[in-house]
Design a protein around this ligand. Structure first.
Ligand code: KG4
Ligand code: ZN
Length: 350
């Protein structure tokens, strides 16, 4: 079954085609970064508009990449949530309109299930059960994955996500948007021990996260100071250390609590080098292993949506929206619906 995947939950417009046997046949991602950067964050209305402009040309492009015509698509999967509502509606409407026109089933996919299955797009992926650390701009979550569709949230962010913490503190350091990668780069030149910021909720048991206090602590520390480049680098390093140490400690706790030894990392913050290094060292020391998907499958993409949707569509999930009419229709093809007696509607008059 060849599945067209559509992702439009936030500021990436993405389209992919996945087939069970050969795997990924096409995979295009358009980042809307340039559109949002002047505003210092994602502007929902601009995101929706750019999805509208980009989706159809990208779908045509993916069909060309895969060497397929539209009639070769057997099903469509789109991100149904969670995300920006206007942005989601664009992808959902395009997916359902195409499903209607092409007379193929359409299924709505949970964006985070996409992230959880993404490692399976490559060979050598860990099999469930495992613990997943989801760290994107919008989510920080530890999830026990015991199988496909069997997810238990072990802990999650009560306020800002880790990515948001990077982005908001980067803004305080005047690093532009998105701040995560810029802050990480600057932190590389920072000196250890010049600043120290709180590790939120580490002193308490449990697996939830809270990063808004860190942002406040950074704001208070920086207020009224005019730091030079070295000073800002020192602060960036301390911020990165606080976020990474919090994530590593809670991930270890999650492995310990579940008795599992495998951790997968998903989401954009998974690109952070300090997180990767510290997490790998800490989990290995505890006798476990960490799996990182390739960067393009770690950040938002449609391959993961097509992949999760494929499993659901093959199992019979999904709706066919086509309006069916037939110019020729032999009467003796008909059978009675289950549970309808031979008397059928005639018994009504008796
Ligand atoms: O999963 P993702 O690509 O997309 C959305 O959430 O939409 O995650 C983006 C987040 C942003 O907050 C960005 O600042 C952060 O991931 N990020 C990083 C790094 N690269 C991306 N944070 C820290 N260090 C990085 N190297
Ligand atoms: Zn995501």
């Amino acid at each position: 079954m060849r599945v067209l995947g559509i992702e439009s939950s936030c500021d990436e417009t993405a389209v992919a085609i996945y087939a069970g046997g050969p795997g990924l046949l096409a995979n295009r991602v358009h980042s809307q970064l340039e559109r949002h950067a002047p505003h210092g964050g994602v502007v929902p209305e601009l995101a929706s508009r750019e999805h509208i402009e980009r989706l159809l040309p990208m779908i045509r492009g993916c069909l060309v990449d895969a060497g397929l015509g539209a009639q070769a698509i057997d099903g469509i999967a789109y991100t149904a949530g969670p995300g920006l509502i206007g942005a989601l509606l664009v992808g959902a409407t395009v997916a359902r309109a195409l499903g209607y026109a092409w007379e193929v089933p359409v299924v709505g996919v949970h964006h985070l299930e996409g992230h959880l299955v993404a490692p399976g797009l490559e060979s050598g992926a860990p099999q469930p059960p495992f613990v997943a650390l989801l760290v994107s701009g919008g989510h920080t979550m530890l999830v026990l994955v015991s199988g496909f569709g069997a997810y238990r949230i072990l802990g999650e962010s009560l306020d800002d996500a880790a990515g948001e913490a990077f982005d908001k503190t980067a803004k305080l350091l005047r690093l532009g948007y998105p701040g995560g990668p810029a802050l990480a780069a600057l932190a590389g030149q920072g000196r250890a021990g010049v600043f120290r910021f709180p590790r939120p909720m580490l002193d308490r048991p449990g697996l939830d996260f809270s990063f808004s206090g860190l942002k406040t602590a950074v704001a208070v520390t920086l207020r009224g100071r005019d730091l030079d480049l070295q000073g800002r680098a020192d602060a960036a390093r301390a911020i990165e250390e606080a976020i990474v140490e919090t994530l590593v400690t809670k991930a270890l706790r999650a492995l310990d609590a579940t008795g599992l030894d495998t951790l997968i990392v998903a989401g954009g913050v998974g690109a952070n080098q300090r997180l990767r290094r510290d997490l790998s060292v800490a989990v290995a020391a505890a006798g476990g292993r960490v799996h990182y998907p390739r960067p393009e499958f770690c950040t938002d993409n449609a391959a993961m949506i097509a992949f999760a949707g494929h499993t659901r569509l093959v199992a019979g999930e999904g709706e066919t929206l086509a309006v069916r009419t037939r110019a020729r229709w032999p009467l003796d093809e008909l059978t009675a619906p289950r549970g309808v007696a031979a008397g059928g509607p005639w018994t009504r008059s008796s």
